[in-house]
Ligand binder design. Structure first.
Ligand code: ZN
Length: 137
């Protein structure tokens, strides 16, 4: 394991143990689960004039899924619905092992997950849930 991988791993453990924006407030939400791993998550967003002003999540899952929900909530909060959709697409591309935008910021720590097909759904689940929430905005 090189230094970068160990840094990524500690960031994932940090967000998994101390998730940011955890706990639902009653905004528009979407629930998704990943039976192969046991991940079960709900993501909600408060959207005002096309801008995602708040993102919250709740649920249970593996460290990849829980940390990804936490990081997603930080990276996409404050973005417009269009920007968020673009970043969700970039996140999926990254997990398919393709080139991706540096705008993913902290979320780029999941790039190594593309080498583990069984875990890709763990990382994308919260992003896909948010995609459903913002779909009709
Ligand atoms: Zn998982």
């Amino acid at each position: 394991m090189n230094n970068l991988e160990s840094m990524y791993r500690s960031m994932i453990m940090d967000h998994s143990k101390n998730p940011r924006n955890k706990g639902l407030k009653g905004f528009k939400s979407f629930h998704l689960n990943n039976p192969s791993c046991g991940d079960d998550i709900t993501v909600e967003a408060k959207i005002v004039d096309g801008v995602i002003v708040e993102i919250h999540h709740d649920g249970v899952g593996c460290s990849i899924c829980c940390s990804s929900a936490s990081i997603m909530s930080e990276v996409l909060q404050g973005k417009t619905v269009l920007e968020a959709q673009e970043l969700i697409d970039e996140f999926s591309k990254m997990l398919m092992g393709k080139e991706f935008s540096e705008k993913l910021e902290e979320a780029s720590i999941y790039q190594g997950v593309s080498k583990f097909p069984a875990r890709i759904k763990c990382a994308t689940l919260p992003w896909k849930a948010l995609e459903k929430v913002i779909k009709d905005e």
